[in-house]
Design a protein. Structure first.
Length: 262
């Protein structure tokens, strides 16, 4: 891929630059020859796929599907992905419902191969998967240089959907704790160190709730259905990222100093 998304020096200043240019830059990246070839191949080949075996044996198909759900790190774990694709999403005991990271469940549902009785012809929404593929490629293009912006873009897309889901608030929190990208946003925004993940999960949950209530006045994940609450979280995360990267001589130096008090 030849196109490189422009975000200045990253951090919160890069985030604000991206807000003004994201639509144009995303459209430019979507026209990159490599991306176009991958999209065309996926659109042509996926409707012919009838089993999980066929899916995991086609590198190009699998690469697009896994990238769309942020799971490309599992490209070498094909046996595991095969089990994920074949799992029945309606069975509470199936692997996709037992995994805390719900990206696997979303992949399973999107490809539609996990029906009871064995793999069936894919009922996938090709267009929706390709839209996700372009979005995740856009984010990864940035993340290769500025991971904090990639994580913030991912959270801006995923948190509102989680906030509006019908799950209990604790279930939503456990999904955040089980999702590495979302977890990093909250740990970064709250200034939690690397040892935090070693605490018992119930302690982690209590600490997350306490920190969020201190920041916003509420410990509920449901608040992130409100754009201003979500943007406050992401701004805090990005400014703290600037602190950690040593970017102290910025127009946001005063804000960075204030954030040290959280």
């Amino acid at each position: 891929m030849t196109y490189q998304v422009q975000v200045g020096q990253g951090g919160y200043t890069g985030w604000k630059l991206l807000e003004r240019t994201a639509e144009t830059q995303r459209a430019t990246l979507a026209r990159d020859p490599e991306i176009l070839r991958s999209r065309t191949y996926f659109a042509e080949k996926l409707p012919q796929v009838k089993t999980a075996d066929q899916m995991v044996s086609d590198y190009r198909l699998l690469n697009v599907a896994l990238r769309a759900f942020g799971l490309e790190a599992d490209m070498k774990n094909r046996l595991f992905i095969k089990k994920v694709l074949e799992a029945d999403p309606n069975d509470s005991n199936s692997i996709v419902n037992r995994l805390s990271d719900k990206r696997y469940l979303n992949l399973n549902k999107a490809l539609g191969m996990g029906q009871a009785g064995g793999a069936t012809e894919s009922a996938a929404d090709v267009g929706a998967i390709l839209d996700l593929y372009v979005s995740k490629t856009f984010e990864r293009n940035i993340g290769d240089r500025y991971q904090e912006i990639e994580l913030a873009l991912n959270a801006r897309r995923e948190l509102p959907a989680l906030a509006e889901s019908g799950s209990s608030d604790n279930t939503k929190w456990y999904q955040i704790l089980g999702s590495q990208p979302l977890r990093k946003i909250f740990e970064g925004a709250f200034g939690l160190g690397s040892t935090f993940g070693r605490l018992p999960v119930d302690r982690q949950l209590d600490e997350m709730k306490t920190r969020l209530e201190k920041m916003t006045g509420s410990s509920s994940v449901a608040q992130f259905a409100e754009p201003e609450k979500l943007e406050h979280l992401l701004k805090t995360y990005l400014l703290r990222s600037s602190i950690n990267s040593g970017a102290s001589a910025t127009p946001y130096s005063a804000a960075l100093t204030i954030l040290r008090g959280y």
